[in-house]
Design a protein around this ligand. Structure first.
Ligand code: HOZ
Length: 433
């Protein structure tokens, strides 16, 4: 039975009058799935509720950060307690040092870390730092990787940019575009070619160690290691954008999971436990180039904001101290993967399930693998849109795009996973009609 979304429709119609597209980030617009967005009222654990009273098991998890689910008690308590003492000072607090100490302890490559307010700020600042440190101007990025919306990264960008068919945004100057060299994910030769031609001008390679903004595409064996070698060989820096993988694949993120150590790491929303945060960190020698110690300038009134630090700290402590946290997450995610694969087999619908840890994408595709941007782009987005709508109607909230990830949290119970598998099977059956 179709769910009633009347209130959501009304609110969205009003939003469109005063907010561009009715949303504050394009990925929320549901444009590629052919319906209007639902408007959320609340969330607890794995469940979100819309303003029409419909409940959904949420697999978007605020695009990643909610690895403990919605409204986690420890995080709420930390925010409430801290808020009583004031919400922003634009001056040092103990919380930000505690947070930095914990990040340094958990993430293998980070010796010093600077807090910012979003993943976009983290990647654009890390890039400036890499350029300042190496005194070079070009960067290598990968087609379909998404590093936020700073100009340099909106060249062949993933996430909402591909969902909406806008991989190269107007407004990015041709000079910026010239400094951004684009390679193919999982194709070391394409990177080698760029280095052979421009090696002495390349400040850094920036990469999502697991591509998660063109759907989930794991790095193939040797890919990350190969990037490390190339960067070392040419005196460039290797930047891991761990906005999605950080603290999600392991305590130490993808760099711990795959055993490849970058020079700089960018972190995002996950370290705010749901509040707006980002950070970038790395080798001491590089980080010391930042003002006030060094000449590379970057600043922010709300950076290290006490509420965000309190929330993030509460969350990271749980991740750091809970025995078998990542093992349990893995087992839940593996259960989902197995169930979705079985659904494809049962229905004969062509698809590929890619999963790394608690990140997963079901691609509707006739391909036998999805290991690259080009393969991801061959997915049937109409089929995904249909599957999305059926899932939503039956209480499963998925990303409104084929080219995003499902995020499994420790708030998802086996029951939630099994419900998702059941709804998925029913949705696939309707695709056969
Ligand atoms: N990286 C997120 C989606 N893949 C970004 C979410 C957003 O743009 O709002």
């Amino acid at each position: 039975m179709k769910r009633n979304h009347e209130n959501s429709q009304d609110v969205f119609a009003n939003a469109k009058k005063v907010i561009p597209g009715g949303v504050n980030s394009p990925v929320r617009a549901f444009k590629s799935v052919g319906i209007n967005p639902i408007v959320i009222e609340s969330g607890k654990g794995s469940i979100i509720k819309d303003i029409d009273g419909n409940e959904y098991v949420d697999f978007v998890s605020s695009w990643g950060p909610l690895i403990l689910g919605h409204a986690n008690n420890a995080i709420l308590e930390a925010i409430q307690e801290t808020a009583q003492k004031g919400t922003s000072f634009g001056a040092p607090t103990i919380l930000e040092t505690k947070m930095a100490e914990l990040i340094v302890e958990m993430v293998p490559s980070i010796e010093k870390v600077r807090m910012v307010n979003s993943g976009t700020e983290a990647t654009m600042s890390a890039l400036r730092l890499a350029r300042g440190y190496t005194k070079r101007e070009c960067i290598v990025k990968f087609k379909g990787n998404y590093h936020g919306h700073a100009d340099s990264f909106l060249i062949k960008a993933g996430s909402g940019a591909i969902t909406l068919g806008l991989p190269d945004s107007p407004g990015v100057t041709s000079a910026t575009a010239q400094d951004t060299l684009v390679a193919d994910y999982n194709n070391l030769q394409s990177v080698e070619r760029l280095f052979k031609e421009h090696g002495s001008q390349i400040a850094a390679i920036i990469v999502e160690p697991v591509a998660a903004n063109m759907g989930v595409v794991p790095p193939q064996k040797g890919f990350l290691e190969g990037l490390r070698k190339l960067a070392d060989g040419y005196g460039s820096l290797l930047i891991f954008d761990e906005v999605i993988t950080g603290f999600r694949l392991a305590k130490g993120g993808a760099q711990e999971y795959f055993g490849v150590i970058p020079d700089l790491t960018t972190l995002g929303k996950i370290i705010g436990g749901g509040l707006p945060v980002g950070a970038y960190g790395g080798k001491r020698e590089i980080m010391d180039m930042l003002a006030p110690d060094g000449p590379v300038y970057q600043a922010g009134t709300l950076s290290g904001n006490p509420l965000a630090m309190a929330a993030g700290l509460a969350m990271l402590k749980i991740l750091n101290e809970t025995p078998y946290f990542y093992e349990e997450l893995e087992s839940n995610a593996a259960r989902l993967e197995t169930g979705l694969r079985a659904n494809l087999d049962k229905t004969g619908i062509k698809g590929i399930v890619n999963r790394v840890g608690s990140l997963l994408t079901l691609f509707f595709t006739k391909k036998t693998q999805v290991t690259s941007f080009d393969e991801a782009m061959e997915s049937d987005i109409e089929q995904y849109a249909h599957y999305f709508r059926e899932s939503l109607d039956n209480g499963i909230y998925l990303a409104p795009s084929q080219f995003e990830a499902m995020f499994i949290s420790n708030a998802h119970s086996y029951e939630d996973i099994d419900t998702c598998i059941e709804v998925s099977l029913a949705a696939m059956k309707t695709m056969l009609r």
